[in-house]
Design a protein around this ligand. Structure first.
Ligand code: NZQ
Ligand code: ZN
Length: 384
C-alpha cells in the first residue's frame, strides 16, 4: 500500500426517514440558498419536507439546475448569493445539483472569472461557502466528496474541480427518496457507482492493498446484485439502502486511499457528454471496455482478480480477464444501457476532436499516466 492522507469531514445522516431530521442540521442565523433541479422534488414530496425543515429560516430558492449543470446557468445563482449575502447553501438533488452547489459555493467569493476554477481544477480557490445536501439519487458520491463537474455550453466543455473546503457539511441519505426514480436513472446510478469502484480497483497491480481490494470487491458485488433487482422493485427500501451506501462509499476517498487510480474512462466519458449530451453513466459504459482492451496487458492481473472474486469466473488468468470484460459489458446491457457511440449519435466523426483536445491540454491519463492522445484514439475506435 502507498502512503496516504485521508480527510473527509462530511457528516452522514443515513436511514429510511432521516429526511425528517434535516431541520436539526441547517445552521440558524444565516441567509440560505435552497438549490434544486428541474422539479422532480415537487412531484415526490421531498420539496414540501425540505420547506417544512426551513421553517423559521431566512431563505431564497434557485431551481432549474440541469443534469450536467452549466456554468452559464449557475452564474445566475452566484449573483443571487452575492446580492443576498448567502451564508449557507442547501442542495437537494442528485450529483448535478450537488456539483452545481459546490461550484456556486466556491465561485461567490472568487475574484477572477469563476470558469478559471475549472481550468485550474480548484487550485486557486480561497473560500467556499458552507453547504449541506439532501441526496435524491445515489450515483456520483458527490454527497461525500469534494469534487464537482461543470459544463460550459459555449465551448462544449465539461471540466472537474475539487477543493478541501468543498465537502458538504452534512448529507441526508434517506433511501425512501429513490422510490420515484425512473428505471433509466436507477440504471445510470448503479453503473456510475460501479465504474467509480472499477476506476480505483482495476489498475496495474504493482501497488495493491488487500484491504482496499476487499472494500472494492464488496461494493462491486453489492451493486452487481442489487442493480437488476432495483430495476424491477424500485420501491424496495432494503435494496435502496444498499445502493445508496455503496454509491457513497464508492467515491468518498476511502477505497482509493493508498492505491493507484485510473479515471481515464471518466475523462474520456466527460468529453462524450460535452459533445453528444450522453448521460454520464452511459458514457462510462461505452468507454470502459475500450480502456480495458487497449490497456489489457497492464490490467490483466487485476481484471482476473475481479473476474474470479466478483463475477465467479474460472480459467487461466488471461481467459478470466477477457471474460470479465465481456461480462461487464453484458451487465451494462442487462441494465438497459447501450455501449457503443453510434447507439447515441449519428455524428460519430466528432469524436476525433477528443484526442485533439487531450493533446492540446497535454493530458496523460491512467494510473501510470501512460494513456496519451494516440491511445485515446485507439480506445475510441474500438467503441464506435
Ligand atoms: O432535475 P430533477 O427534476 O431533480 O430530475 C433529476 C434529473 O433529471 C432526476 N432525479 C433526481 N432525483 C430524483 C429524480 N427523479 C425522480 N426522483 C428522484 N428522487 O434525475 C435526473 C438526473 O439527475 P442528475 O443529478 O443529473 O444525475 P446524477 O446524480 O447521475 O449526476 C450526474 C452528474 O454528476 C457528475 C456527472 O458528470 C453529471 O454531471 N458527476 C459528479 C461526480 C462527483 N461530484 O464526484 C463524479 C461522477 O463521476 C460524475 O462525473
Ligand atoms: Zn462517474
Amino acid at each position: 500500500m502507498n502512503s496516504f492522507s485521508f480527510y473527509n469531514p462530511t457528516q452522514i445522516v443515513f436511514g429510511a426517514g432521516s429526511l425528517s431530521k434535516l431541520s436539526l442540521h441547517i445552521p440558524k442565523n444565516q441567509p440560505i440558498l435552497l438549490m434544486y433541479g428541474g422539479g422532480s422534488i415537487k412531484q415526490n414530496g421531498i420539496y414540501q419536507q425540505v420547506i417544512n425543515a426551513l421553517n423559521g429560516h431566512q431563505y431564497i430558492e434557485f431551481s432549474g439546475v440541469e443534469p450536467n449543470p452549466t456554468y452559464e446557468n449557475l452564474m445566475q445563482a452566484v449573483e443571487l448569493c452575492r446580492q443576498n449575502r448567502i451564508g449557507f447553501i442547501l442542495a437537494v438533488g442528485g450529483g448535478s445539483v450537488i456539483d452545481g452547489a459546490k461550484f456556486v459555493a466556491a465561485a461567490v467569493h472568487y475574484t477572477n472569472d469563476p470558469w478559471e476554477i475549472l481550468e485550474t481544477q480548484g487550485r486557486h480557490i480561497k473560500t467556499v461557502i458552507p453547504f449541506g445536501v439532501v441526496l435524491t439519487l445515489p450515483a456520483t458520491g458527490s454527497e461525500m466528496n469534494s469534487g464537482s463537474v461543470i459544463s460550459r455550453k459555449s465551448s462544449q466543455e465539461k471540466r472537474f474541480f475539487s477543493h478541501r473546503q468543498a465537502f458538504p457539511q452534512f448529507s441526508i441519505l434517506d433511501p425512501n427518496v429513490t422510490a420515484s426514480l425512473p428505471t433509466k436513472q436507477i440504471a445510470n446510478g448503479i453503473v456510475d457507482a460501479y465504474v467509480h469502484v472499477l476506476e480505483q480497483y482495476v489498475v496495474s497491480s504493482n501497488e495493491t492493498s488487500p484491504i482496499q481490494d476487499g472494500f472494492a470487491e464488496t461494493l462491486l458485488k453489492t451493486l452487481y446484485r442489487v442493480g437488476p433487482l432495483l430495476m424491477k422493485n424500485p420501491e424496495q427500501t432494503d435494496l435502496s439502502e444498499e445502493w445508496m451506501w455503496a454509491s457513497t462509499l464508492a467515491l468518498n476517498g476511502l477505497i482509493g486511499s493508498g492505491v493507484p487510480q485510473d479515471w481515464s474512462t471518466h475523462m474520456i466519458g466527460h468529453e462524450l457528454t460535452a459533445l453528444f449530451d450522453i448521460n454520464h453513466a452511459r458514457t462510462l459504459a461505452i468507454i470502459l471496455p475500450g480502456v480495458w482492451q487497449v490497456m489489457f496487458e497492464q490490467k490483466q492481473k487485476k481484471l482476473a482478480q475481479y473476474g474470479r472474486t466478483v463475477l465467479h469466473l474460472e480459467g487461466t488468468e488471461q481467459e478470466v480477464a477477457e471474460q470479465a470484460i465481456e461480462l461487464t459489458e453484458q451487465f451494462f446491457h442487462s441494465m438497459g444501457i447501450l455501449t457503443r457511440i453510434d447507439d447515441y449519435s449519428e455524428k460519430c466523426y466528432l469524436v476525433w476532436d477528443i484526442p485533439k483536445r487531450f493533446k492540446e491540454r497535454n493530458w496523460m491519463l491512467g494510473e501510470l499516466q501512460n494513456i496519451d492522445h494516440l491511445k485515446v484514439e485507439e480506445i475510441l475506435k474500438l467503441r464506435l
